[in-house]
Design a protein around this ligand. Structure first.
Ligand code: C2E
Ligand code: CA
Ligand code: CA
Length: 924
């Protein structure tokens, strides 16, 4: 009630103070201004969907700009609608005197002056189908952009700074390309499923030609006098109207009805200090954080009301079960999934282990803060007697420093100086809104609200800011210090901005822009139009990519490279008459032809084999080809052709590949697997395949092998998902997960009192993981956290790591060995001739690949000689040998004869669960 009163008073005062028309303050200014008011000024209104959009009670931004200039400033303006595309020519021709709403940018500096910024814009790259979660995902992609160079430049600068590159196609109406990647300041217009924020534009302003530069100070002061707030308010209304609209239209009839009768949602928050999810503000006593902010947005933007029923008593899941409230915020666990359902995840809580000593012998307890997720997690991994619970952070850190406890499990790694402490990423815990099972409809509505109206990333940032602010306010009571901080942040932002502009310009100078004038073939731009308009065509699409073309340019010069490209283009044009050929990038050609796949392959094959230029300079190319049926879009068909082309590059056996049904299925499966795996690496777990000592016939350990199974796709083998994880750069997550499971398993075995003499669990570390800087910290951190001596662990690496820098490789191997870990070289065959490197490497064990045993079946005599000689070579070097893939008694007898140390294979056991393995070890 009291708030309403305030609002009313404020409203009255505001309107009173804010007069209907603008008047300058001094008489001299008034005189000058009234002169300017008489001149007829032509102002461009940009035909941007977002600027033109209006809703009942919400005028469009262009309308607001009109009102501002005409009614509030009382200028004699005529408005002219223009597009971004024509903007430059209109400005240059002088047919407009200014632009109502335009992002400030230096490209128009020659013609225009800009007012102060009215509102800022964020730039996003969004998509409906292509998953984009990070900048890397934009590499080599085509991005459709507005005809606004300053936007493209910002994105380009960001990409360049990250050594990435993409292609830009400016288009007049992004809406026509909404299934593609779009660069936009207004993602809500296109209802994307994916998107990342690129940065901020330098702000939308009112621009005037130099002729009217005198008017600018008046525009600025008119904005300052209150109109800027009107713009901002309208912008806000507009954004919430759009998202409300998107949200509402996504609802089913049932959901709409449900929503109409919904009484306020009762929510209980947890007070988690050091977590962004929800915590009680020390200043206001109210709950802050992501969860409360979500509900605030739901209320403000979507009219979904809520009541915070959190009081001082601790609310548990039982209270939710008893319907004391509707939802609480917790992470999704198997246990909870029995009784509850969950919304999409709202946030990831990252958990870290902090310790002082890397050595695996470091023992002691784990410290956690009371009642936090950390406490629950610690209990899952450790026995209660090892866990010490602290009420405050300071005491906990003190205990760590004094050696009273060995490790801390925390979420707030910022509190620890990385020079002093080891900070080891431990686990990420997603949190969700949790509902009672029968509340499916509410859960679905909330999920839709998340999708259309709540930018969770943004909320997380906002909440972080809020918390920073709170912290700052608590600690920095001194206003001067605060001012200096603000000054520093501004300076910092300015420097970063200056640097990125500088870097961008540097790069621009260097870059040789692609010229399609070279080959006279239509370029990517036309290609895209073609894809858009000719979807009914039936035939074949193909993608050709020249190999090592960069080398040719580098070694023989660009002029020479150009000649070859021209020749290649001419060949394509002449051999594929009646077809469509495009030059997509430097050395990439796309084509559509009515001929069948065999005919196309035949032509290219002949050219490849007989073209003198290609032969002389040893130039090769790869071809991917796909049948374009009526049910497939051109874009899709080209995508499969492109993927097929990439596949031949990898396989290297043939120069072409047909994207047949099998291939398409494989690619589709790969992309669905990828999205599953990326979302949920938790579904990866380990099985253990025992290894035996050939002499004693006893288990001497096991290899942990990754498995993955998902509800949607069922069990998936490592031969399928490991390459995907490698290709998309998250293999380290798999490796670390399996490493952790292996170490935890050793810990459990040790605790169960089984004596483990000369016993090791091994896990695989891929080359890409081995390359990472955090490898040693993570492995040593896991060992010290779980108090597992390194001697129980073995790491399997493959010969592929020899491509790494030798110095780095050896220093990492040595660091692992210093932890007591043994190293084995996996998949060893006679094939790779790295045998010469073996004496140099600090390894302990060599694992002979299954293929070596298999070759015995093919040519017994020769196979035996190879196996025998390799065995004696490895033995002479003092390495132990594990023979992999033992399947038969005969193989075993042969290996016994050769005096091989250890064996692993189906003859003894397939990979088994940890319970089964424990039984096996116990039975010894
Ligand atoms: P690998 O490291 O060579 O592992 C041995 C593979 O041979 C395992 O296949 C195992 O089940 C299989 N195997 C063992 N004995 C026999 C036998 O007698 N006959 C036959 N036919 N096969 C046998 P799996 O589990 O399918 O794993 C395949 C590969 O996936 C592994 O080959 C390894 O390269 C990779 N991999 C598995 N887990 C991980 C992991 O956590 N990280 C990484 N980077 N790679 C992993
Ligand atoms: Ca292995
Ligand atoms: Ca192997």
């Amino acid at each position: 009630m009291i708030y309403r009163l305030f609002a009313l008073v404020f409203f009255v005062l505001f309107n009173f103070a804010f007069s209907e028309v603008y008047t300058p303050s001094t008489t001299k200014e008034k005189e000058e201004f009234s002169k300017l008011q008489k001149e007829e000024i032509i102002i461009g209104l940009i035909n941007e969907p977002f600027y033109n959009l209006s809703y009942p009670n919400t005028p469009s931004l262009n309308d607001t700009a009109k009102k501002f200039l005409k009614d509030y400033m009382q200028l004699n303006v005529v408005f002219k609608t223009i597009s971004y595309k024509n903007l430059e020519s209109e400005v240059e021709a002088g047919s407009i005197d200014g632009v109502a709403l335009i992002p400030k940018n230096q490209f128009f500096d020659d013609f225009l002056d800009f007012s102060d910024s009215i509102f800022s814009e964020k730039l996003f790259v969004i998509s409906q189908n292509t998953p984009i979660n990070s900048l890397e995902d934009l590499n080599d992609k085509i991005i459709y952009t507005p005809y606004m160079e300053s936007y493209v430049n910002i994105l380009n600068a960001v990409l360049d700074n990250n050594d990435l590159h993409s292609y830009f196609i400016p288009v007049e109406n992004l809406y026509n390309y909404k299934s593609k990647l779009l660069l936009t300041t207004n993602p809500v217009l296109y209802k994307p499923n994916y998107g990342i924020k690129i940065g901020n534009s330098s702000g939308v302003t009112i621009a005037l030609s130099h002729k009217y530069v005198k008017l600018l100070p008046f525009v600025n002061s008119a904005l300052k006098s209150g109109y800027r707030d009107i713009f901002l308010k309208e912008l806000h209304n507009l954004e919430s109207s759009i998202s409300y609209n998107n949200f509402y239209t996504s609802l089913t009839e049932d959901e709409k009805r449900y929503l109409e009768n919904l009484s306020p949602i009762k929510v209980a928050y947890e007070n988690r200090t050091d977590s962004l999810v929800s915590y009680k503000s020390q200043l206001s006593g109210k709950y802050q954080g992501i969860a409360p902010n979500i509900f605030k947005v739901l209320k403000n933007n979507l009219n979904i009301d809520f009541i915070d029923i959190t009081d001082d008593s601790y609310k548990t899941t039982d209270n939710l079960k008893n319907h004391e409230f509707d939802t609480m915020i917790l992470s999704k666990t198997q246990e909870r999934s029995k009784d509850f359902i969950f919304s999409k995840k709202i946030y990831d809580i990252k958990m870290y282990v902090i310790n002082l000593d890397n050595s695996p012998s470091s023992s002691g307890t784990i410290g956690v803060l009371r009642n936090n997720v950390e406490e629950h997690l610690a209990r899952r991994y450790d026995v209660d007697s090892n866990i010490t619970i602290f009420d405050d952070l300071e005491a906990m850190v003190k205990a760590l420093n004094s050696g009273e406890i060995g490790n801390l499990l925390v979420t707030n790694k910022e509190d620890f100086d990385s020079n002093k402490y080891n900070i080891i990423p431990f686990e990420t815990i997603p949190v969700n809104l949790m509902f009672n099972k029968e509340n499916v409809i509410l859960r679905d509505i909330i999920n839709k609200a998340f999708h259309h109206s709540i930018d969770l990333k943004n909320l997380a940032n906002l909440s972080e800011l809020e918390r920073d602010l709170e912290n700052k306010n608590i600690y920095l009571k001194n206003k001067e210090v605060r001012d200096i901080l603000v000054l520093f942040s501004i300076l910092f932002i300015f420097i970063i901005f200056a640097i990125s502009i500088y870097l961008y310009k540097e790069r621009l100078n260097k870059k040789n822009l692609l010229k399609d004038s070279l080959t006279n073939l239509p370029n990517r731009f036309i290609f895209d139009k073609f894809c858009h308009e000719e979807n009914s065509l039936i035939g074949s699409t193909f993608v050709i990519d020249l190999n090592n073309f960069k080398n040719i340019n580098d070694s023989l010069g660009h002029e020479f490279g150009d000649v070859i490209l021209k020749e290649f283009a001419t060949f394509l044009k002449n051999s594929f008459i009646d077809s469509y050929i495009f030059r997509i990038s430097g050395d990439e050609f796309y084509g559509f032809s009515f001929e069948n796949q065999e005919q196309i392959i035949e032509k290219l094959k002949k050219y490849k084999e007989f073209c003198p230029t290609l032969l002389k300079y040893n130039i090769t190319f790869n071809l991917g080809i796909s049948h374009k049926s009526s049910s497939m879009t051109l874009a899709t068909s080209f995508r499969y052709s492109d993927l097929a082309m990439l596949e031949t590059k990898k396989e290297k056996s043939k120069f072409f590949k047909i994207a047949d049904d099998k291939f398409i299925k494989k690619m589709d499966r790969e992309s669905s697997l990828l999205s599953l795996l990326k979302e949920d690496i938790k579904g990866v777990y380990a099985l253990f395949q025992p290894k035996y000592c050939i002499k004693t016939n006893k288990i001497i350990g096991a290899e942990s092998l990754a498995r993955y199974s998902s509800l949607e796709l069922g069990p998936i083998g490592p031969f399928e998902f490991i390459p995907i994880a490698e290709k998309y750069n998250f293999i380290h997550k798999v490796d670390y997960k399996i490493a952790k499971e292996s170490i935890v398993f050793v810990k459990e075995l040790l605790e169960s009192g089984i004596s483990l003499n000369n016993f090791r669990i091994s896990f695989n570390i891929s080359m890409k993981t081995f390359k990472r800087n955090d490898l040693i910290t993570i492995i040593s951190g896991l060992l010290s956290y779980f108090k597992v001596p390194g001697k129980y662990i073995e790491i399997e690496i493959t010969e592929s790591i020899f491509v790494l820098d030798m110095k780095d490789l050896i220093s990492k191997l040595k660091a692992l060995k210093a932890l007591g870990i043994q190293i084995s070289l996996d998949d060893f065959t006679a094939g790779h001739s790295t045998a010469g490197l073996l004496p140099l490497l600090p390894i302990d064990i060599v694992k002979f690949d299954k293929s070596l045993l298999d070759s015995l079946e093919i040519n017994q005599e020769k196979g035996m000689i190879v196996y025998k000689n390799l065995t004696s070579l490895i033995k002479d070097l003092n390495f132990k040998i594990v023979s992999e893939g033992v399947e038969t008694k005969e193989q075993l007898e042969f290996l016994e004869f050769l005096n091989v140390d250890y064996v692993q294979g189906y003859y003894f056991s397939k990979p088994i669960s940890k319970e089964e393995f424990t039984m096996e070890v116990r039975n010894l």
